[in-house]
Design a protein. Sequence first.
Length: 344
Amino acid sequence: LWLRCAAVRRLHPRIMPCCVAPWQTGGAAPRRAPRTRLVLPPWHDPGAAATLAHLSQICAALSFAANARRTRPMLLEPPLILQLALLGVVTGFLAGLLGIGGGMIMVPFLTLLMDSRGVAGGLAVKMAIATSMATIMFTSLSSVRAHHKRGAVRWDLVRGLAPGIVAGSLLGSLGVFALLKGSSLALVFGLFVAFSATQMILDRKPKPSRQMPATAGQFGAGAGIGFLSGLVGAGGGFISVPFMTWCNVAIHNAVATSAALGFPIAVANVAGYVISGHGLSGLPAGSLGYIWLPALAVIALCSVFTAPLGAKAAHSLPVASLKRVFASVLYLLAAYMLHKALTS
């Protein structure tokens, strides 16, 4: 205790009064000394000096750890598990019901959750986008299997677009995503959600007016799809389906092929998020780069089970009317992300 007091007095001699060294009182209890007097271990005693230095380092490390515990969210808590589970259930069901990507719902709510738990605003946006993309690795597999059983996936288009998708995804997640501020990404995401909501209301589809380009053209189209998907945490269907429809691919084949393209989009972008976010300060507990693993585990588990339920409900519910209602919700989420972009 005396050595710890001495370490504090060594840094702040005016804050705490000194204590007389134990060896100066014959081993008796230390007595209080005048405020102006400072007694330190004798510098000719190397053992005392080394002990003091070592103790100072330990106290600094413990103080840093205590501050980190106050600012970093806990790994898993029951309220957090319930919130993430509810988010996974809702996003999975709506994705199956309306045929949309769950990221448009997931990113704003994950941003809100992490922001409320002390994660910096810009970092919360980046982690929400990255975690949303990571869930697509799991949800796309179940979707692809269902489409493949019906023979709807155009695997020739997957082989042609996938190399460009991987290149564009790595360029976005390793480069632009890491360099842009979270507020800029929130702005891009808000505009993307508003555009998607408008498209949902208007329900306009491009007319099939051309054929699928050759290998180089498919590589360029795939690079654009992967790059833009990585910036907003989406599976690419918002670009790939209209593009393939424009290139005279039947709509059911375009949707199925887009689901198959979601897996390479997710894998390549997640690899970039992990590398670019490695060693970043301020990350919450349970993070792998920009990926928030607790949220990924809970959301992916719940959404995989509820997405098929939403797909079944689509055959008995008025999907067209529900899309218009959901579009109004998307406008609110877009407004929140735009507000986040302007205030963070």
